[in-house]
Design a protein around this ligand. Sequence first.
Ligand code: AMP
Length: 281
Amino acid sequence: MEVIRAKSDLALALKNRRFLRMEVGFVPTMGALHEGHASLIRRAKKEVSFVVLSIFVNPTQFTDSGDFNSYPSTLASDLELAREEGVDLVFVPQAEDVYDGGAHAKRMDYGRLTSAFEGRKRPGHFDGVIEVVRRLFNIVQPSSSFFGEKDLQQLQVIRHLGKAEFPSMKIVGCGLIRDADGLAMSSRNIRIREGFRDHALKINSCLLEAKNAIAAGLRVEEALALQRLILEDEPHVELEYFAAVDPDTFEEYFGQETEGRPFLIVAAVVSGVRLIDNCLL
Ligand code: AMP
């Protein structure tokens, strides 16, 4: 497994692979790798002949400098996981190289995809995500890229970017991976302080309660309202949103429409750690 830090070296390494007609698949991450990331790598291994993983904590997508500064960094174990999973090349760039100098993100507007929910709670977040993904796509030039449904809104934003600016690239969405107790895996989970995990687990249990209640015939609005109350009452949990959406548009879903695959989405802060989760209705 090669580990490359400079984008000029990466371009050279990939040129050789393309010359050998290898199909390049790309898994962008911010490191602190876990099983969720590993599942993306495994999917990529199935679909392409050469897997590039990037590890880069992108400064322009953070709306809270405290979150950026405390973002976990575990490069040695990340490289170990990447090697075990059969990654061919790991790209670990510096911000100056990715951004050609000062890190800065252009404003982007994909309607509700960038302005609702995560976009509203974290203004500028998707500008930073789009900027870094566009730059990484241009550097790596993969034939397909792999993203998790864990970050459902981000996945849909990137699908939109792909259609608009990289029409020949395949964007592959991969299922959300959970810990055995149901908590959606996230690099930030290691920052949940001891004794607070049970409160965090309420997020997933409320999603499931709402899903089951709706399947049993309760109106979407009523199921959401009930679970919002439960989460708002849960100690150490600050609920940000709990909603049902059409994932293509991030329009709220109220249960009347018959088409599409509506998702329940939720965001909450537990002991200072912001967590998001979702499930298919
Ligand atoms: P991150 O390192 O958090 O930026 O995530 C890198 C990629 O891994 C993104 O496409 C995420 O959606 C994906 N990912 C993170 N956590 C999970 C998870 N629990 N299940 C599936 N994919 C995930």
